[in-house]
Design a protein around this ligand. Structure first.
Ligand code: AMP
Length: 190
């Protein structure tokens, strides 16, 4: 089987992190969460404000920084067997730069999985997550802002990949096991 290279695209609260961890373990590939990378940088940094404005609000981190972080991570040996991108690319420029990187390395995305979720369901989920995971970015005001950022900045990424016939939509409002089963089927077919 050729290396599995999957991109998850979905609004905050659509289950990218939860499903990403399960898929990575099932297919023995690396789970790359750019949100997690930023939270680690925030925890290691002396200059708290620099990264906390990205991890605690609704502002996207700069494209250059994200591309650099992803490229650095992908060069590590554990990514050679395959990877799952969770939270990247989040803008059209990131998607274009990512293509440049992949072409340069002779790699290709196997499939883009869109986790489809409705706004009301997401707000409920994120408010629950704020209680259980202590995520400072899951406040009601931030949730509305982050959904808007998703609509305006990230949705164009889906059109970009749809034009290349790479996108499969999965209903992310099902229970966790059913979403996982659908994702597994989709990857196995790819
Ligand atoms: P997440 O854990 O994926 O919800 O990411 C948390 C926050 O980190 C997001 O709301 C963004 O502000 C920032 N972030 C994560 N990934 C990216 C990315 N690819 N580009 C820009 N900002 C990002």
């Amino acid at each position: 089987m050729k290396p599995v290279r999957i991109v998850f695209v979905g609004p905050p609260g659509s289950g990218k992190g939860t499903q990403g961890a399960r898929v990575a373990s099932e297919f023995r590939i690396s789970h790359l969460s750019t949100g997690e990378m930023l939270r680690q940088l925030r925890d290691q940094s002396d200059d708290d404000c620099k990264f906390s404005s990205y991890t605690e609000g609704s502002i996207l981190a700069p494209d250059d920084l994200m591309i650099e972080l992803v490229a650095e991570r992908l060069s590590l040996p554990d990514c050679q067997a395959g990877w799952l991108m969770d939270g990247f690319p989040r803008t059209l420029s990131q998607a274009q730069a990512f293509d440049g990187y992949l072409n340069h390395h002779g790699d290709q995305i196997t499939r883009v999985i869109e986790l489809v979720a409705d706004a009301d369901g997401i707000v409920k989920r994120l408010i629950e997550r704020a209680k259980s995971e202590n995520r400072p970015d899951d406040t009601p005001k931030n949730i509305v802002e982050r959904l808007k950022v998703y609509r305006v900045r990230t949705k164009p990424v889906l059109s970009y990949y749809r034009d290349r016939d790479l996108v499969t939509q999965i209903d992310a409002m099902q229970d966790i096991d059913s979403v996982f089963a659908d994702i597994k089927k989709c990857i196995a077919r790819s």
